[in-house]
Design a binder for this molecule. Structure first.
Ligand code: C2O
Ligand code: CU
Length: 463
């Protein structure tokens, strides 16, 4: 179990007004004064990983561990990562959620060739925005990320406005859709924290499943999603948050005086689905009885999670106050230069003689889905509708963050929400918008990597 001690710069910070539970989060400021260079070495190599309960996994790793080493820098740093590949197949590293130059995006066959066995490659970019990110191989992503080629990428703010006594990075992962681990262990990771500590918990979903997570033992805040701060976050109590594949949620809680805090994955009731569907929706990750768990601090954890009392599972409008901070041009009433509709679906059929489930965008599979063409400076609006009967589709846009404008046709009324991956559940729709400010050839795809491998990918290109 890896443990990441808080590594907060000392100096100017002031605590904002406390809420009733004593939790406080304020907006962080940006700083791009200088670019110190931070260099890292990652070697892709095979290793046998012990995940507990007598179970070992023949994993593909960075530097022999799963998750791979945490890469931690400060905003404005130049990040240089030397990658050496000792595996028998090619690898790349994609910096999920990071807005970097196209050539550093690590997409095999698009921004670079896969790094061949025995070769190396250097990534070099500036970490512009603070937040929780992660990295993973983007060569045969489903197989290689699934086998363990992933890790956390943390960009610290230079001017923290909240002091955390403790910071923990937790990565939720699944192996072959049946074994679930948090921070590389299936036993339940355990972290020490002192009573009264203000804890920042950075949650990363590196698996394909949607995780229904909550904290018991303490109220908590969602301070950021996908590396973007929530405006004046709302205090939540045992509320389930749904974390789609690729997404990151930063939670903040105060360690209680006399009990521990538990992070749990709530196994909500499986939807009714007939046998045929079950057979062909194996990649929908509805494995039963999974239990991901992490415990913080000592002492008994009190309280049960009552799933039925938690409905609705996810509602973005409840996260924080709607007040806009800063100068944000994107709103539902803005004048957009380009507007696209993406309808997500499935298609069962014979492909190369094999009965297969394909995942489609506007009825097509990659590479037949037309690209979205944008011009630098365009404001782009995309309507996404999930028509799959059973499948979540967490849609990831590379190289940009986007703002969520509507959910099921209704404007969001809570905090402005910016994401790089949006979880679209069956029959849901969203309007999202982004400013085309990062030229290149970028992917949009479902982050359930099995769906991506079966058609649900497309490209955004700049004319
Ligand atoms: Cu994290 Cu294209 O993926
Ligand atoms: Cu999908």
């Amino acid at each position: 179990v890896s443990m990441n001690m808080a590594n907060m710069p000392s100096g100017k910070h002031d605590m904002q007004q406390m809420s009733s539970s004593g939790i406080s989060v304020t907006k962080l400021t940006e700083d791009t004064v200088e670019s110190p260079v931070k260099t890292f070495d990652l070697t892709a190599e095979e290793a046998v990983i012990d995940i507990g309960n007598g179970k070992t996994i023949q994993a593909w790793t960075f530097n022999g561990t799963v998750p791979g080493p945490e890469i931690r820098v400060q905003e404005g740093d130049r990040v240089i990562v030397h990658v050496k590949n000792t595996l028998k197949e090619g690898v790349t590293i994609h910096w999920h959620g990071v807005e970097l130059p196209n050539a550093e995006d690590g997409v095999a066959g698009v921004t670079q060739d896969a790094i061949p066995p025995g070769s190396d490659f250097t990534y070099n970019f500036i970490a512009k925005h603070a937040g929780t990110y992660w990295y993973h191989s983007h060569q045969e992503s489903e197989k290689e990320t699934g086998k363990g080629l992933y890790g956390a990428f943390i960009v610290e703010t230079k001017h923290p406005t909240t002091v955390y006594q403790r910071e923990i990075v937790s990565i939720l992962h699944e192996w072959d859709r049946s074994t679930f681990t948090v921070d590389g262990t299936s036993l339940g990771a355990k972290y020490a924290a002192k009573p009264g500590d203000l804890v920042l918990l950075r949650l990363i979903n590196s698996g394909d499943a949607t995780y229904n997570m909550t904290l018991t033992g303490s109220p908590f805040l969602v301070s950021a999603i996908d590396a973007h701060d929530i405006n004046e976050p709302t205090e939540l109590n045992e509320r389930i948050i749904e974390i789609g594949s690729g997404q990151r949620y930063d939670l903040v809680f105060r360690m209680p005086e006399s009990s521990g805090v538990k992070l749990v994955n709530v196994d909500k009731n499986e939807k009714q689905s007939n046998i045929v569907k079950r057979l062909f929706f194996t990649s929908s990750s509805t494995a039963k009885n999974r239990m991901l768990q992490a415990t913080f601090g000592d002492g008994e954890v009190t309280g049960n999670v009552n799933v039925l009392a938690q409905q609705p599972f996810f509602d973005m409008t409840t996260y924080g106050s709607p007040v806009l901070q800063g100068n944000d041009p994107l709103s539902i009433n803005a004048k957009f230069d380009a507007q696209y509709d993406l309808t997500l679906g499935n298609m069962l059929g014979f492909f190369n003689g094999v009965f297969t489930m394909k995942f489609t965008i506007n009825g097509q599979t990659f590479p037949n889905i037309p690209m979205l063409i944008v011009k630098k400076g365009d404001w782009v609006r995309i309507h996404i509708q999930n028509n799959s009967p059973d499948n979540d589709h967490p849609i990831h846009l590379h190289g940009h963050s986007f703002k969520v404008l509507t959910h099921n046709g209704e404007p969001l009324s809570g905090s402005p929400i910016y994401l790089s991956t949006i979880l679209v559940k069956p029959q849901e729709s969203y309007d999202i918008a982004f400013v085309a400010d990062n030229p290149g050839l970028w992917m949009i795809h479902c982050h359930i990597l099995g769906h991506a491998a079966n058609g649900m990918d497309m490209m955004v290109n700049y004319e």
